[in-house]
Design a protein around this ligand. Structure first.
Ligand code: ZN
Length: 180
């Protein structure tokens, strides 16, 4: 018999250019205990990485939900289930990184304010305006759910470079906090 009933699990994060990162996620239909466990494990995985956002796609679960926490104290967890951006405003260029593209950072232009509707982990409908880093993070993670990566915004030449670099140094880690 196992001595422990409940243990958190660090999930394996898929890395570019894994084709599974290109799978488009399907909507979540039931928020059940199994999903709650996956969400807890995703937080464990994201905090350990460390990162500030993680989409289900990145851990090979192809359903539409993501988690985020941009706080320094790691105490403002967000769970966005079936998120939809209903409004975008302004433009902001941020140096982004990605847990699925370790060791690579580049500037990406995104809206600096968004309105997003989603279900929280209790299944309650939420509508929220997000700005700054949280807005960038949520746009980055929603892209993952669509099978899109931040390196898709770069030129093909740059993407080739990323591929080569990742091939050479799989284990390269960065201590930047903007890992999504
Ligand atoms: Zn990412």
């Amino acid at each position: 018999m196992q001595g422990r009933i409940f243990i958190m699990t660090i999930l394996k994060i898929l890395e570019f250019p894994d084709p599974k990162l290109r799978i488009k996620a399907v909507p979540v239909e039931i928020i059940d205990d199994a999903l709650q466990i996956i969400i807890d494990n995703m937080f464990e995985t994201m905090y350990a990485a460390p990162g500030i956002g993680l989409a289900a796609t990145q851990v090979d679960i192809h359903r539409r939900f993501l988690i985020a926490d941009i706080s320094a104290e790691k105490n403002e967890p967000y769970v966005l289930i079936n998120p939809k951006i209903t409004k975008k405003n302004g433009l902001e260029v941020t140096e982004e990184g990605c847990l699925s593209v370790p060791g690579y950072f580049d500037s990406v232009e995104r809206a600096d304010s968004i309105c997003v509707s989603y279900l929280d982990r209790q299944g309650n409908q939420q509508e929220e305006e997000m700005t700054g880093l949280l807005a960038v993070c949520v746009q980055h993670e929603i892209d993952h759910l669509e099978g899109k990566l931040f390196v898709d915004y770069l030129s093909e030449a740059k993407r080739q470079k990323v591929r080569k670099k990742l091939h050479k140094s799989r284990k390269l880690q960065s201590d930047s906090s903007i890992m999504l």
